[in-house]
Design a protein. Structure first.
Length: 272
């Protein structure tokens, strides 16, 4: 862990160095590292009026921008892509000199049915937004998307988690930023698809919020994690990076392996 006490982080050059180092992956773990980037209020609310943006802080935007600058691919569910008005990814100027390639990462939208709203949205955004379609996506929908100029990757049949990791490996992705939404995050976590969680705790309590929470689920799953970095900012907020214990795969040398329980149900929320 970078610090047992939160460090003060702001947007001056020295603080940016601290933040970038805090987000660097450790020298062990999977070849394709999927890192969920999420935000919630102190009480666990993940959206205000259906959107996560109002919870953000200036430092949260720095963290978000840093994760996109690190990423080879940005993953998002189709519901979040449509609700939040996603477009092609950009890399913030403060991070461009740290990125090892000039072009921004592609945004790949996960879908099982590729409905008209998603097709139309991606067709307007160019190659910066692409589709990862589940194997059971109707072939006619895939053909329609490709005819409209949308880049569509079709995952192989079999367990969703393995199919997605295989696709990301084929695309040459080492660091993958997953941006939600919450229901899809729950599926990712229980299927062992999240290797790290970069979580902002927004400095407020939302009274009477109606959001589904950070990882909504109807069944109990216990997923052990350890904190790898924690820092704060004078303007408020707590910013943390957690590493998931995949049966000891992500433990440092000499670390102990925790018991863990992962769900085995097929992912069925890829449009959230």
């Amino acid at each position: 862990m970078h610090s047992c006490r939160p460090e003060v982080v702001d947007d001056n050059p020295a603080a940016l160095d601290v933040l970038w180092r805090a987000l660097e992956p450790e020298p062990f773990g999977p070849a394709v590292r999927i890192r969920a980037v999420m935000i919630s209020s102190v009480d666990g609310t993940t959206a205000v009026d259906g959107l996560s943006g109002p919870l953000g802080t200036p430092t949260d935007r720095l963290v978000y921008g840093a994760m996109r600058a690190r990423a080879d691919v940005v993953l998002v569910g189709s519901g979040t892509a449509l609700d939040e008005g996603y477009g092609p990814a950009t890399v913030a100027p403060v991070w461009t000199d740290r990125r090892d390639r000039a072009e921004p990462p592609p945004v790949i939208v996960l879908t099982r049915n590729l409905d008209d709203a998603l097709l139309d949205h991606c067709a307007k955004t160019g190659s910066g937004m692409q589709i990862a379609a589940a194997a059971e996506t109707p072939p006619a929908r895939i053909a329609a998307a490709r005819s409209a100029g949308v880049c569509v990757h079709v995952m192989e049949e079999g367990p969703f988690a393995q199919s997605l990791r295989d696709l990301l490996a084929e695309l040459g992705a080492g660091e993958v930023t997953f941006e939600g939404g919450p229901r899809l995050l729950a599926d990712f976590v229980t299927q062992g698809l999240v290797d790290e969680l970069v979580l902002t705790v927004s400095p407020e309590i939302i009274v009477g919020g109606r959001s589904p929470g950070l990882v909504p689920s109807h069944t109990l799953h216990r997923v052990p994690m350890r904190v790898a970095a924690a820092f704060s900012c004078p303007r408020g907020g707590l910013y943390t990076r957690w590493v998931v214990d995949h049966g000891g795969r992500n433990e440092p040398a000499g670390g102990t392996v925790s018991d863990r329980t992962y769900g085995t149900d097929r992912v069925d929320g890829a449009d959230e």
